[in-house]
Design a protein around this ligand. Structure first.
Ligand code: SF4
Length: 319
């Protein structure tokens, strides 16, 4: 029997499918590239971007030249081939989607919200791209739509952040995170496993620390080596060794144990572009990765939050 309460299948973690099922409908993500850049690419914080970022090496998807309306129409058409009456969240995914004047954000986000079939917004960004006027606009948006802001943290360790050229500190992350939480905005935090020099204990500590902040959602990624990136050069020189499947699965299970049970796990594998993925190739078999996680949790009779300790308010988050 599955002892985990927030599940209606064999998952021993609170999946996004379970959260969506509570709302009585399937909700999909309509993915948009609105042509944003990033302070870590344009020279404001750094140049070249994070070492794994294909945007940092000069690559921008062709989508950025296509209007928001056309991208959403195409995405909804793709989604509705599977589920004819599906609703979708407009997902501003590429680069830092709050890194622009509010007037530009307003034009883009309002265009998405007024599109037929769009029932909310998910906005991926960095915690250091949340100026006061952007926060005010997000708070206003939050009163009239289903809004999630997704923050890329990757690791709590600033020494790793220096290696990956993330360009902002953990304390800057907590400041941005708290500003969103104080405004009642749903926040999802991204972390990455397999970053250079990180041990199992460090990756679990990142999850434990994030767990204490009680995020609404967490996305756990595997570091992908993408062609043309500085990480790929490190890999080819033998300076970076990607995670094995067994190490990744073990790490994810230990992380799930220390995350709060009510945090929604929105992703447990990366979605690398198969054409540009160099390593690890095993990550392309998502069903195998997810199945191996399920099996290990069942065999150990463990579940999300089993080792979560309800914390003191260490980070100033009001929850
Ligand atoms: S923060 Fe995101 S968009 Fe910016 S360089 Fe890093 S991975 Fe690329």
């Amino acid at each position: 029997m599955n002892p985990f309460p927030y599940s209606n299948d064999n998952k021993r973690y609170k999946s996004i499918a379970y959260e969506n099922s509570l709302q009585g409908m399937k909700t999909y993500k309509a993915v948009i590239d609105a042509g944003f850049t990033c302070p870590n690419i344009d020279g404001t914080k750094g140049a070249g971007g994070c070492i794994y970022c294909d945007g940092g090496s000069g690559y921008f998807t062709a989508c950025a030249a296509v209007s928001i309306e056309k991208q959403l129409t195409d995405e909804l058409s793709r989604i509705r081939k599977k589920v004819p009456d599906a609703l979708a969240i407009a997902y501003f995914q590429s680069h830092s989607n709050t890194y622009a004047p509010v007037s530009k954000l307003r034009a883009l986000f309002e265009a998405a919200l007024s599109h037929e079939g769009i029932s909310g917004l998910s906005i991926a960004t960095r915690a250091d791209c949340l100026s006061p006027d952007v926060l005010d606009y997000l708070a206003e948006l939050n009163t009239r739509t289903r809004l999630t802001v997704e923050l890329g943290l990757q690791t709590i360790f600033d020494e790793t952040a220096a290696i990956i050229n993330r360009g902002h500190s953990f304390s800057e992350f907590t400041e941005g995170y708290n500003a969103l939480e104080e405004r009642g905005i749903r926040v999802t935090v991204h972390i990455i496993n397999g970053l250079p020099n990180e041990t199992l204990n460090m990756m679990v500590e990142t999850a434990r620390t994030i767990g204490k902040m009680r995020p609404d959602g967490v996305k756990i990624h595997l570091l992908h080596v993408i062609t043309g990136t500085p990480l790929c050069e490190m890999y080819e020189r033998g300076e970076y060794v990607p995670m094995s499947l067994s190490d990744y699965v073990e790490t994810v299970v230990r992380q799930l144990e220390v995350l709060p049970p009510e945090t929604t796990i929105e992703r447990l594998t990366g979605d690398g572009d198969q054409k540009t993925l160099v390593a690890p190739i095993w990550s392309q078999d998502k069903i195998r990765v997810l199945g191996t996680i399920d099996k290990l949790m069942a065999s150990e009779d463990t579940w999300q939050g089993r080792l979560f300790v309800c914390p003191q308010n260490e980070f100033g988050v009001k929850k």
